[in-house]
Design a protein around this ligand. Structure first.
Ligand SMILES: *Cc1c(COP(=O)(O)O)cnc(C)c1O
Length: 354
């Protein structure tokens, strides 16, 4: 039986997506060739990437609004520098909410002045800073919508005149937002969309072309826009599998539908964390992530018993990140309510036995 997979990333994908993706490796489109051995310039693959790009804009409600969806490589980590390369002239403003934001700040510093508008480092990033000011002369403001490691999530985004850039790696397509407020969104595929190997970038074209420096082609958004996301060979398998997940999501009812399920899953688990006297949550309640729930055992001596129990219950990927410790249950789109119930059942059983 397939495990209840709470892995933080690479993460769970829908069974039917895995099935179709594996079939395409052997025989794609019934053409007796593998998806990964045909030309990326052939019509069957051009159809795939065009479908994937248009599904992204459709699901986010960004069609015909000047946005382009690109499937790039190098992970979200390359976007830490690519955003600055393309957008930072003199000065940029960053909100520091964890490891990933800190890394984005480090890379962007190579390109200009960095203003850290606020940071939650004082409490090991267990909350989202609020009431910060964004300098009006910044080239852009960068934030991380969901902090995968600490289990915090931004519920609100600042109203600002400056372009809004967001790392949505671990919560893209999980909840409804007014995505047209953002000028650039990026997300490594392996958290909520597909396998590792491609990074989704959704960029509003009119924010580009404003920096003075020369940009190498492989790091230039405009080059990829002009080439329909195929300046060079795209990661064909990652793009195809992402397309399958996007189709799966659309067929279910899109973000509107999945958000309801995600809310149910998060409520089920957080209610148990708060009710069960053996556990406590790590993140500040009002900033709790619906994707990654972090929690600890109040009595660490129960760890071995709990670890044995959840592993026996066919659960995978529950250990917390080394910088936080404890447990982290990642509840991405493809994880079912049934899997969260399996975890909650183990937590209740521990309470009875301990
Ligand atoms: C995982 C993650 C990253 C890093 O992604 P890579 O694709 O491994 O470079 C960046 N930001 C967030 C929010 C993440 O969860």
């Amino acid at each position: 039986m397939k495990k209840h997979n709470f892995s933080a990333g690479p993460c769970i994908l829908p069974e039917e997506v895995l099935q179709k993706a594996s079939e395409a490796i052997i025989n794609f489109n019934n053409d007796n060739l593998s998806l990964i051995e045909i030309s990326h310039r052939s019509q069957p693959f051009v159809d795939v990437i065009e479908n994937a790009r248009s599904l992204v804009l459709e699901l986010l409600g960004l069609q015909n609004k000047g946005y382009h969806a690109l499937f790039l490589q190098g992970g979200a980590s390359t976007q830490f520098l690519m955003t600055a390369y393309n957008l930072l002239n003199k000065k940029a403003a960053y909100l520091n909410t964890g490891t990933w934001s800190t890394k984005a700040i480090k890379e962007a510093k190579l390109f200009g002045e960095l203003i850290e508008v606020a940071s939650s480092k004082d409490k090991n990033f267990n909350y989202i800073p609020k009431n910060y000011e964004i300098p009006s002369d910044a080239d852009y403001f960068h934030c991380t919508s969901n902090n995968t490691i600490y289990g915090t999530q931004m519920m609100e985004f600042p109203e600002t005149e400056v372009p809004l850039v967001c790392d949505m790696s671990s919560d893209i397509f999980s909840r409804q937002l007014d995505f047209s407020k953002f000028d650039l969104i990026y997300a490594g595929a392996q958290k909520n969309m597909g396998p590792a190997g491609t990074t989704l970038v959704v960029v509003k074209e009119d924010i580009l072309g404003k920096v003075e420096r020369q940009i190498p082609s492989m790091l230039n958004y405009q080059v990829f826009i002009d080439k329909d996301s195929m300046f060079n060979t795209p990661p064909v398998f990652a793009v195809y599998t992402s397309m399958l997940t996007l189709e799966w999501l659309k067929d279910l009812g899109g973000i509107e539908f999945i958000e309801k399920v995600n809310n149910q899953k998060a409520a089920l688990l957080y209610d148990e964390i708060d009710r069960n006297p053996l556990f406590k949550g790590v993140a500040a309640k009002e900033d709790r992530s619906k994707m990654n729930a972090t929690f600890t055992l109040i009595n660490p001596e129960l760890q071995t018993q709990f670890d044995t129990m959840w592993k026996e219950a066919n659960i995978n990927g529950l250990s917390g990140h080394r910088s936080v410790g404890g447990y982290r249950a990642s509840m991405y789109n493809a994880l079912t309510l049934y899997s969260v119930q399996a975890l909650v059942d183990v937590m209740k059983e521990l309470e009875r036995k301990a």
